[in-house]
Design a protein around this ligand. Sequence first.
Ligand SMILES: [Mn+2]
Length: 302
Amino acid sequence: MYTEYKLDKAYEEAKHVSIDDNSRIVIFSDAHRGDGSFTDEFAPNENIFLHALQYYYSEGYSLIENGDSEDLWLNNDFKYIYYAHPDVYELVRKFHKQNRYTMIYGNHNMIMRSESYTKSNFWRVFDFNSGEEIPFLEDLEPLEAIRLRYRDFIEDIFVLHGNQGDLINDEFWTGSRFFLRKLWRHLKSIGFQSPVSPAKSEQKRHKIERVYSKWMERNEQMTIVGHTHRPKFSQPGDIPYFNTGSAIRPRRVQAIEILGGSISLVEWRIRPTALGILQVKRKIVDGPKALSKYLKRKSAII
Ligand SMILES: [Mn+2]
């Protein structure tokens, strides 16, 4: 009940974004960028992510980070994350400058719904090289959710992180965050896994997927989430549940692409060539499938 209420509310309040067959969109989630230390789960995948980002930048895609792009549970101060991943943030800044960047917050960066936090940490950032504050993602407004409205279709595509209604990762986030930072950071550095994270618990993951799928089925609502770190690509006629997966699966980065009116699930991985040279390669895991196969047309209900 509570989850449904939260999903209904997020849907009602979501920002509308129009897309068409010329739109190119890539959706990542759960990069969990950290400070480069032991607890930074993003660091081992940084080069894969960076290469993927360069590809999407030069191919003219818009970038949506669908939650938990930064791990602000483990790191309170964004400038250390920025300092650990300067090349990634330089590209993010370029996307943002061209109005090609959308940030949706998740439970690990929910603090960004506070404008004063985002303003002082992301609009400008402390640059360790110059020892000064420099402009970064100026006027960035992190969102809870967006609705991609495709051409003349009556239905839209709902995009949100997916922690809504997952109690310990939602409303109790301040408590969880305090707990994590103070204690967990130390345990994690010696190999323990988080007990509250759906990414680390099969049981939690299944429960979230079940509750969310029910809501999508009842509302016939195509939805793209992250949060569980388990990728999902639905076939037309199934419950339209899509999940980007994560950017921190060992040695692979997962994403959902929308291109030419079709949706695909992709994976970027490091692969050896025949000569033993390591190479970052993009692989389509599922799709492309036309969005029109998942959405109802306006004329269909007249
Ligand atoms: Mn999450």
